[in-house]
Design a protein around this ligand. Structure first.
Ligand code: MN
Length: 729
């Protein structure tokens, strides 16, 4: 012993002692609870949080204990209580999910993981326009309602201790978030009590002067009006007794934040606001609710427009009650809520009440409620044991949506199955159309990847990029689909215009003339076109024959003839090639699949002689000059177009198809693949056409730069002993 004072001036925490009051509360409503597991969870929290402190200076492990205590007020099951005790261990200590799984089982690990995910989201900044999306995201991620309940209790305790945080901007950020997100969520799942407390603490933080004036005014009214509350309570009680309706009458003060909201909404001053109290009448059954209403309305005048029947038409969060305002005793306005005790429990505790008060319920759903509430109630209705309900309730709401973040933290809501391309178009059309790639959670991922909840998506863009036709097949949002189609249509028209103009220029050159657009313009009405572009597009698309345009331009010089191309390829009549008809259309730079297509029969490659055939309404199909299919077009010379490859095809890759006969021996396919890879090519498809005991026959598609590239691949394959034969398919 050195005599120095150790850091641990606090006596070592005794987890069993710490958790004893909690266990008492838990076993009061759940006598069969697993006491041992709860004690072990406390031990785990004490051990892992160690010396960590709260802003208050308290040892950290008091926080999870308090959170668990809040949840016992809602009579939640042991799993939820254990989850509460462990809820910050994975995020804030060295404990792992694996540790938790080992010590407490799969179920608890899943719940803790859910809470951890929500905690991580808290660090995301959000702006208030995103509040609704953020709430949906939390609901979607929660999956199990208990995860959300733990998170709400966590937030409630953090708000109760908010004043210990020293920096005002941080307190205000948390308060604002609580108001926008967590109070609203508590309301949505019907937990009025949690909602009220969260709102009041946030209100005190965000509008301190407003809060101070409301509470001091309430105090004043309370002091001067105590008698009135008592007198009114007594009078109402006597009235109901006389009618023989068993009922409990409670006068209660409204919450400061509710009063503040009312002052803001109705633009009234505090002096005019006298009704800071409201009365609640609790009865045994629904019939009595209406009997109470009848008795009160028979004696007091109602204030018009204030009557609401949420029993026959519940609110979307399941809330049921009758609200009315009457000119009560002493001719004062009195707000009255009438409900059964069970409706009251549900209003105060929300979803949690369904778990603890499930038995003997007569709680019916209403078609007007939100789908998810209906589903939730449906599950409750059809579950034999309440614990089972809690275990099986996956929050189905919003499960058809995913919520993703932009790098700045904005939330984007998308339908399930959405891809980065959908995301990009949801951000902005310009972003969508210039998308070249995407990073999901900092990793480059394919554009067709399906996004998951909470993914952070960064879209990589390039000004020169255009949407690819293939995107249309994997996007799921209507917006992305419509935009891609629109852009592709525009792009295709551009391609048709370029192709059509070149085709016409070529045809004019064929009769040793030049194309002057001034001469073409007056002819437009003849072809029922408004602009030159329209005419070019029609030629490119193949719906307007270019020979007819040439004929209209140069009536004297034009004479129908067989295409010089026919003779060049030894097809049709031998005829001398027209002088000067040698200008060919450059075909690269045009996007395959739009105005030009490569023929499936011969897969022409750069470096090979090619011929274009005009297809009505589809542009031009390119065939290899020696393709047998060309014989089918001998009788339509007007459809032939002289085309050639541009000198430099750059990085573009084309599909070459080869026919290979391989020895049937071990490693033959691997050898084939390796050889092709060494030749800097990529196999895009393999189809085995014949399989014999001693050989395979197959058709292989490879990416190549040009015909020379394909030839060198074939040559390299021929050097392999496993290759018996290679030729172009
Ligand atoms: Mn916490």
């Amino acid at each position: 012993m050195t005599g120095t004072v150790s850091e641990a001036t606090l006596p070592p925490a005794d987890p069993k002692k710490l958790v004893a009051p909690l266990l008492e509360k838990l076993s009061a409503y759940d006598p069969k609870c697993d006491r041992d597991a709860v004690e072990r969870a406390m031990e785990f929290a004490v051990q892992h949080h160690g010396d960590q402190r709260r802003h208050s200076g308290d040892a950290y492990f008091h926080h999870p204990l308090e959170v668990a205590e809040i949840l016992t007020e809602f009579k939640l099951d042991t799993s939820t209580i254990i989850t509460a005790l462990l809820h910050d261990t994975v995020e804030d200590t060295t404990a792992t999910l694996e540790d938790i799984k080992r010590s407490f089982g799969e179920d608890i690990a899943r719940l803790v993981d859910g809470v951890t995910k929500l905690t991580r989201l808290e660090s995301q900044s959000y702006d208030e326009h995103q509040a609704e999306n953020f709430r949906k995201l939390l609901l979607a991620i929660s999956e199990d309602i208990r995860v959300l309940l733990v998170k709400l209790a966590d937030r409630l305790h953090n708000m109760r201790t908010l004043h210990f945080i020293k920096k005002p901007p941080k307190r205000q950020r948390i308060a604002r978030e609580t108001l926008d997100i967590y109070a609203a969520l508590a309301e949505r799942i019907g937990m009025q009590r949690v909602k009220d407390e969260l709102e009041d603490i946030a209100f005190r933080e965000l509008v301190p002067e407003g809060h101070a004036s409301v509470t001091s005014r309430m105090e004043y009214l309370r002091e001067s009006g105590t008698d009135r509350i008592t007198r009114t309570t007594v009078e109402l009680k006597e009235l109901l007794d006389a009618e023989g309706i068993p009922a409990e009458v409670k006068g209660r003060e409204k919450r400061p934040y509710a009063i503040w909201r009312k002052m803001q909404r109705k633009n009234i001053s505090f002096e005019m606001l006298s009704d800071i109290t409201a009365f609640r009448i609790l009865v045994n059954n629904v019939q009595d609710c209406y009997r109470v209403l009848g008795a009160i309305h028979a004696v007091y005048h109602t204030v018009p427009g204030k009557f609401k029947d949420y029993i026959s038409t519940p609110k979307s969060n399941g809330y049921q009650s009758i609200h009315t305002v009457v000119m009560g005793p002493e001719n004062q306005r009195v707000e009255i809520q009438i409900r059964t005790r069970e409706m009251h429990e549900i209003a105060e505790m929300g979803v949690a009440a369904h778990w603890s008060y499930k038995q003997d319920r007569d709680y019916s759903t209403d078609g007007k409620q939100f789908k998810w509430v209906r589903e939730l109630l449906n599950i409750i209705e059809n579950t034999a044991r309440p614990e089972e309900f809690m275990e099986n309730t996956r929050l189905e709401m919003y499960q058809d949506q995913v919520f993703c973040f932009t790098p700045k933290g904005d939330l984007i809501a998308l339908p399930r199955g959405a891809t980065p391309v959908d995301f990009a178009f949801a951000v902005h059309t310009e972003v969508g159309r210039s998308t070249v790639g995407a990073k999901i959670n900092s990793r480059i991922m394919p554009l067709r990847t399906q996004l998951k909840n909470g993914d952070q998506v960064e879209i990589l863009t390039s000004k020169s990029q255009q949407p690819a036709p293939s995107w249309e097949h994997f996007v799921v949002t209507g917006r992305a689909k419509a935009e891609i189609r629109r852009i592709l249509r525009l792009q295709q028209r551009g391609e048709y215009v370029r192709l059509g103009k070149s085709m016409l220029e070529q045809a004019v050159l064929g009769i040793e003339e030049e194309l002057h657009e001034e001469k073409l313009k007056p002819l437009l009405p003849e072809f029922r076109k408004e602009k030159l572009e329209d005419l070019y597009a029609a030629i490119g698309e193949g719906v307007q024959q270019r020979q007819e345009v040439v004929k209209a331009l140069f009536p004297e010089k034009f004479k129908p003839r067989k295409s010089s191309l026919l003779s060049r390829f030894g097809l049709g009549h031998k005829e001398k090639k027209a002088e000067g008809g040698g200008m060919a259309l450059p075909v690269t730079g045009l996007i395959p699949g739009m105005a030009i297509h490569f023929a499936g029969c011969c897969h022409p490659l750069p470096g090979e002689k090619i011929v274009g055939i005009v297809n009505t309404g589809k542009g031009v199909t390119l065939h290899a000059a020696d393709c047998k299919e060309l014989e089918n077009f001998v009788d339509s010379p007007e459809r032939w177009v002289d085309v050639s490859w541009q000198k430099d095809t750059g990085e573009e890759m084309f599909s070459g198809r080869i026919h290979v006969v391989l020895s049937n021996q071990t490693g033959a396919l691997a050898d084939l693949a390796n050889t092709i890879a060494h030749a800097e090519s990529n196999i895009t498809n393999i189809r085995i056409t014949n399989r014999a005991p001693d050989f395979y026959e197959m058709v292989v598609d490879v990416d190549v730069k040009d015909i020379e590239h394909l030839k060198s691949i074939m040559a390299m394959l021929r050097t392999r002993s496993i290759v018996q034969d290679v030729d172009r398919y």
